[in-house]
Design a protein around this ligand. Structure first.
Ligand code: UFG
Length: 342
């Protein structure tokens, strides 16, 4: 596929949530590909240090005026929309936060995107839109039946995009349905850093570092081989590449798409814990507890569509590599904090 991101005129990309975990890995890859960036982030979970200072506009998506000002000043060719609330458990206890941050705020952004005649949009969606799928791997045309407000809030935005694209022939989008994103920049420049991390790999590594006394396994009675949930863990660097491929695809004038981002195979919670122990060399304490609300037993992507349409070539499809890069980052973070990217 022709690579328009490498053309002489830099592509201008407006990135919401670009200072967050996934957003910052994508902005790094876009920067390295020669794109010009404006990162719009309220820095509630993102980090100032994760992006270049002259790229960053601190602002909230709920603040339409500030958002419009930033977009008008930057004049983007495309918008990449990462900013969102992302915790399944929290979405069950505080659903309205999720509908506001993930659905209502996306409307603000979409309205401004069209007012300013920006017609290319890449959306961070999630495998959580499928709920508890009955078939594995799950294809993009599976029924959408989210089992938590997080998935439902993202499904709403997918619907906005689909309806907008149907009404407006100029507007093209790619929704990327992420499976379980993990790992970190192999050079240790970026990684995950949340105040209260809930993700399995991060919790396991922080337990190995002694930040938590034990790691809990949420549910051992699922209908899976070892009774724990199975997830398709995708390295954040491969996911970043999927965004560049999606952007390039839109720049080529291609049609809107909804695409799964995963490797097509999964690991159980127990398998992830075993690998985390192997990589860290720490036999940290593990406790089996009851199920966490909103967790499906199994989520595995059928990734044939993204490989076919975007010529996406994942390069880090290996649980050990994922955990090793995350471990490298966790150790660095523990030693010296989040350092400014250069
Ligand atoms: N888990 C534990 N103990 C922990 C943390 C997690 O047993 O301390 C289990 C969970 O119950 C689940 C699995 O590990 O079975 C993975 O949980 P994560 O919290 O790491 O990830 P989720 O599957 O809940 O959610 C992630 C993203 C969502 C995305 C989803 C899609 O957070 O944004 O993957 O698969 F939608």
């Amino acid at each position: 596929m022709t690579n328009l991101l490498q053309s002489t005129k830099p592509v201008r990309v407006f990135v919401t949530g670009g200072a967050g975990y996934i957003g910052s890995h994508v902005t790094l890859a876009l920067r390295e590909a020669g794109c010009e960036l404006c990162v719009y982030d309220n820095l509630t979970t993102g980090h100032r240090e994760a992006v270049l200072q002259d790229e960053l506009v601190k602002g909230d998506l709920a603040d339409r005026k500030a958002l419009g000002k930033a977009m008008k000043a930057f004049r983007p060719d495309a918008v990449l929309h990462f900013a969102a609330s992302i915790e399944v458990g929290e979405s069950v206890s505080d659903p309205l936060k999720y509908y506001r941050n993930n659905s209502v705020n996306a409307l603000n952004l979409l309205e401004l995107t069209r007012e300013l005649n920006v017609d290319k949009f890449v959306f961070s969606s999630t495998a959580a839109v499928y709920g508890s799928p009955q078939q594995f791997p799950v294809t993009e045309d599976a029924i959408l039946a989210p089992i938590n407000p997080y998935g439902a809030s993202k499904m709403m935005t997918e619907r906005f995009l689909d309806d907008l694209a149907a009404a407006d022939q100029e507007f093209k989008y790619v929704s990327l349905r992420y499976f379980n994103v993990a790992g970190a920049d192999p050079k240790g420049r970026l990684g995950q850093d949340y105040a209260n991390p809930t993700h399995l790999i991060t919790r396991a590594l922080k337990t190995a570092l002694g930040k938590y006394p034990k790691l809990q396994i949420f549910g051992t009675d699922y209908a899976t081989q070892d009774g724990t949930c199975i997830r398709d863990y995708i390295h954040v660097v491969d996911l970043a590449q999927a965004h560049l491929d999606a952007l390039n695809y839109l720049m080529l004038g291609s049609d809107s798409q909804v695409l799964n981002c995963g490797y097509g195979h999964g690991f159980s919670v127990r398998e992830v814990i075993d690998m985390a122990k192997q990589v860290t060399g720490v036999d940290f304490p593990v406790e089996e507890v009851g199920r966490r609300p909103g967790d499906p037993a199994q989520l595995i992507a059928d990734n044939n569509k993204i490989i076919r349409l975007l010529s996406w070539h994942p390069r880090h499809d290996d649980l050990k590599t994922i955990i090793e890069t995350a471990w490298f980052w966790e150790q660095k973070l523990a030693l010296s904090g989040f350092k400014q990217i250069v």
